[in-house]
Design a protein around this ligand. Structure first.
Ligand code: FMN
Length: 197
């Protein structure tokens, strides 16, 4: 049992008093950022939230590259994003978290070949959303970016070939003067999604 729920594994997670459901409801993709930096403590808090995510066989396939250097962020946007969607707004986000996947040879490959389920992708999704929800709770904006060139991004962050970039999450303070109040997220109604048995 944990004696201090606010201090898990080194980085401190402070509760801002929001419920999980409230944080989930408040989260929207942020595509306009203030350029002011995010304090290191907050960056560590959201990374700690990602680190605590569950994963298949506890393999923890996620790796994180924290890109704050403006020139590297410019290169990620200019070279690492695929064409077709204008995402220049991402240059302003003071932090790009590149989430990479390091597959464990035995468990991830073997288990996936038996079940057909690609567990590391599931794991990465959970860790990424932990990070996003923690950021939301801290008042930070985020946006998942999957429209990337993984090899190019891997070269920019200087990862070995064993780590494959999967997604990038932009993090920063929302520029509310540009975006205004967040639009209600459009979602399919539950009735279209459920099958009760
Ligand atoms: C795996 C994943 C990849 C995404 N890739 C992009 C992207 O490349 N560019 C972008 O602007 N938004 C991207 N998004 C954000 C989605 O467009 C967004 O979550 C969706 O439209 C719902 O809007 P909301 O996040 O505001 O609720 C991505 C989201 C996910 C989960």
């Amino acid at each position: 049992m944990r004696s201090d729920p606010d201090n898990i594994g080194g980085a401190v997670i402070r509760c801002a008093g929001l419920t999980v459901l409230g944080t989930i409801a408040r989260r929207v993709s942020c595509r306009a950022y203030q350029t002011r930096p995010v304090p290191q403590e907050q960056v560590m808090q959201i990374l700690e939230a990602a680190r605590l995510a569950p994963s298949a066989c506890n393999q923890q396939p996620w790796r994180f590259a924290i890109v704050r250097d403006p020139e590297l962020r410019r290169r990620i946007v200019g070279e690492g994003f695929l064409p077709g969607i204008t995402m220049n707004w991402a240059i302003d986000a003071p932090v790009h978290v590149v989430i990479g996947m390091e597959r464990s040879l035995v468990t991830h490959r073997l288990a996936a070949s038996v079940s057909g389920v690609d567990y590391p992708w599931v794991d990465i999704g959970i860790a990424g959303e932990h990070l996003v929800l923690a950021a939301t709770e801290l008042g930070l904006g985020t946006c998942w970016i999957g429209w990337i060139r993984p090899k190019t991004v891997g070269r920019i962050v200087n990862w070995p070939r064993s780590i494959k970039p999967a997604v990038i999450i932009t993090v920063g303070y929302p520029d509310d003067s540009v975006v205004g109040p967040p639009p209600a997220s459009r979602r399919k109604p539950l009735t279209d999604l459920l099958k009760w048995l």
